[in-house]
Design a protein. Structure first.
Length: 112
């Protein structure tokens, strides 16, 4: 089983990732929901998933982590990945972001 490490740093996700937090007031809640959905999606896709710990769990630590073979923003791996596996990881990131936005974007009263 191939291992994927994911970033739990709310600060990193907000500042450095390509995730769209526009219109979201509860950044912490949204980022945590994203991380949980990403964990579940990658696990369901057949990967062993670990959440970064210690220094790498911080914004600075995740930004400086450069020993991984593959980096997908909030997910990294030292495992040899196929193109299909890389596509699955990106799809899991996209789905987790879509779920986050559908749950956390503030809707105006005119959106009924």
């Amino acid at each position: 089983m191939k291992t994927i490490e994911i970033c739990p740093s709310v600060e990193w996700l907000e500042v450095f990732s390509a995730l769209n937090f526009e219109g979201i007031d509860d950044i912490d809640g949204a980022a945590n929901a994203f991380t949980n959905d990403l964990f579940d999606g990658l696990t369901d896709a057949g990967f062993e998933v670990i959440i970064a710990r210690r220094q790498r769990a911080t914004c600075h630590g995740w930004n400086g982590a450069n020993t991984f073979e593959f980096r997908f923003g909030p997910a990294m791996s030292s495992s040899a990945l196929t193109n299909d596996e890389c596509g699955m990881i990106q799809e899991c990131i996209d789905i987790a972001e879509e779920n986050m936005r559908s749950s956390y974007v503030e809707r105006s009263d005119n959106d009924d």
